[in-house]
Ligand binder design. Structure first.
Ligand SMILES: CC(C)CCOP(=O)(O)OP(=O)(O)O
Ligand SMILES: [Mg+2]
Ligand SMILES: [Mg+2]
Ligand SMILES: [Mg+2]
Length: 149
């Protein structure tokens, strides 16, 4: 029943990674659950923190799973709270933002999850595509800059 269902809903933790390359970051087209790319939003690589993982382990794993890229110099940047309970599909994520660089600067991303992602590409931080995936949109709007000063 709806009360039980609501009770079962708990905030989940996502870890996403700004992979910095010059002034660009890697973004992927996040397909809607139906898989059509017409409503794709641009998102950082990342995913659900799994039981017992450190933030770094999760970031490295998800980036490898989704893009095949090997990253290093992973750093914690910030965490944001994203209670989107009024969404058509209510969700509540605490998002951990990390940054990292490529272990091999020449390595290019592969789209290893084509049912979930329309493809990865490098975007200049000063010329980001839209629409951005909601946690990233909120962070960019807040003026956050993931690059080292
Ligand atoms: C909402 C997001 C920041 C956390 C979940 O990310 P995701 O749906 O990409 O999760 P997976 O990569 O683990 O499937
Ligand atoms: Mg994933
Ligand atoms: Mg995952
Ligand atoms: Mg993911």
């Amino acid at each position: 029943n709806p009360v039980e269902a609501a009770a079962a809903a708990v905030p989940r933790v996502g870890v996403v990674v700004y992979i910095l390359k010059g002034k660009s970051v890697l973004l992927g087209r996040r397909l809607s659950s139906s898989g059509d790319s017409s409503h794709a939003t641009f998102a950082l690589p990342g995913g659900h923190l799994e039981f017992g993982e450190s933030f770094e382990e999760c970031g490295v794993r998800e980036v490898k799973e989704e893009t095949g890229l090997d990253i290093e110099k992973t750093e914690f940047l910030t965490a944001t709270n994203n209670p989107f309970v009024n969404d058509p599909k209510p969700s509540h994520y605490v998002v951990i933002f990390m940054r990292a660089v490529l272990s091999d600067p020449l390595q290019q991303p592969q789209n290893l999850e084509p049912s979930k992602c329309g493809g990865w590409d490098w975007y200049d931080w000063d010329d980001l595509p839209s629409p951005l995936f909601w946690p990233l949109e909120k962070m960019v709007k807040s003026g956050f800059n993931p690059f080292p000063v």
